[in-house]
Unconditional design. Structure first.
Length: 210
């Protein structure tokens, strides 16, 4: 299955992507992760991205798509993949189509803004490996300590309420129109947010018929 995950920041895309990745046996491709890896590995497109980042500029769509192409060419993507964080805009989605990067479904996790703000204020992120937890919905086994690598958990500046509201505004303006884009192509699937991670996973399985 080739899947795009849509949803506001804090909708639970990363958590659900991990679960789907295990269940379907396909990799999750996160824009942030592949960008960092390309820069670290010094690939041609990674060096382009690094130049923009060091200049304090946004990495342009053409470079993001180039890095995505590099990653999707790797053998573990042959049976499918889950895209998390790309495309973010309709121009990016059109660029993927023009390059023949196909998707079967675009799955949108539907969550109210008020729930997002409340949820993200409880989120904790590992400083070492980037793993995410939540003090209510997905607490670490030991408070303040990452289950995965033992690193220190902290509240990201991105998770402060005023920052979350600004990010939501950007999402509604730039990314939410992708729902209509993929609906026109018959590929949109909606999963309503549920009270727990497990129930949300069940709703996603229903939406994808898996």
């Amino acid at each position: 299955m080739r899947l795009i995950l849509l949803g506001a920041p804090g909708a639970g895309k990363g958590t659900q992507a991990e679960i789907l990745s295990r269940e379907l046996g396909i990799p999750t491709i996160s824009t942030g992760n592949i960008l960092r890896a390309a820069v670290k590995n010094g690939t041609k497109v990674g060096l382009e991205a690094k130049a923009f980042m060091e200049a304090g500029k946004l990495v342009p769509d053409s470079v993001i798509i180039g890095i995505l192409q590099e990653r999707l060419a790797e053998p573990d993507c042959a049976e499918g993949y889950i895209l998390d964080g790309v495309p973010r805009t309709i121009p990016q989605a059109k660029a993927l189509e023009e390059l023949g990067i196909a998707v079967d479904f675009a799955l949108s996790i539907e969550v109210d803004d008020s729930v997002i703000v409340e949820r993200m204020s409880g989120r904790r992120t590992c400083k070492s490996c980037g793993g995410t937890f939540h003090i209510v919905n997905n607490p670490p086994k030991v408070e303040g300590v990452c289950d995965n690598c033992g690193g220190e958990l902290s509240i990201r500046r991105d998770d402060a309420p005023e920052t979350v509201l600004a990010r939501l505004e950007t999402y509604h303006r730039e990314t939410e129109p992708l729902k209509a884009f993929y609906e026109e192509r018959g590929k949109l699937r909606l999963a309503e947010n549920q009270p727990s991670i497990e129930q949300t996973t069940a709703e996603i399985r229903r939406a994808l018929e898996i």
